[in-house]
Design a protein around this ligand. Sequence first.
Ligand SMILES: [Fe+2]
Ligand SMILES: [Fe+2]
Length: 200
Amino acid sequence: MQRSVRRTTIPDVLEVALELERKTMALYADFVRVFGDDPELRQFWFHMARHEAAHCGALMLVECILRNDPELGGETKVLFDTSTGIRLRSLLAGYRRELRRGITRERAFEMAVDLESSELEDVVVDLLQVVQDPGWRDQAVKMLIHDLSDMSYMIEKHTKDERLLARADALVERRIGRRGAAPAATGTARRRVTSSRRPR
Ligand SMILES: [Fe+2]
Ligand SMILES: [Fe+2]
């Protein structure tokens, strides 16, 4: 498939990424309300919304630092597929319409897997590099892996959808691979680790 990858300026990418992160946060925050009857699901979606809130805050900080020192962005080239922004914007608008009509927990997980599989989180991690603080970026990637593992655990526990679970597991593996960490535990083992952290 032909993709329109072009180099945009860092402030351009920041603006689009911030808008999409805010909309993703709002969607997850709505899931908190929709699935509020189940304490575990409520907590999970709240955690996911908080994660996106942290991304919004991080992008705003990058924006501030860049405004004070525009030279910093000069070294960082963020490859951004411009069609990604457009596609994600319409995807999120469609999800909000769907949500108003009512959705199942399976569908909510499916939406989250779609969003987390997009290039948006990669773009966010890339943008953190502008600040040149490797520890900060590394922490963001660790949090991403942690949350994706949680999502995989929750999909396994709350749905019977093996295909969706495989997609969520593949997402965790892909993220760990990009980080260049040691080989990941198998999905089952990883979920067992995740579940052991949970309150009983
Ligand atoms: Fe995000
Ligand atoms: Fe995310």
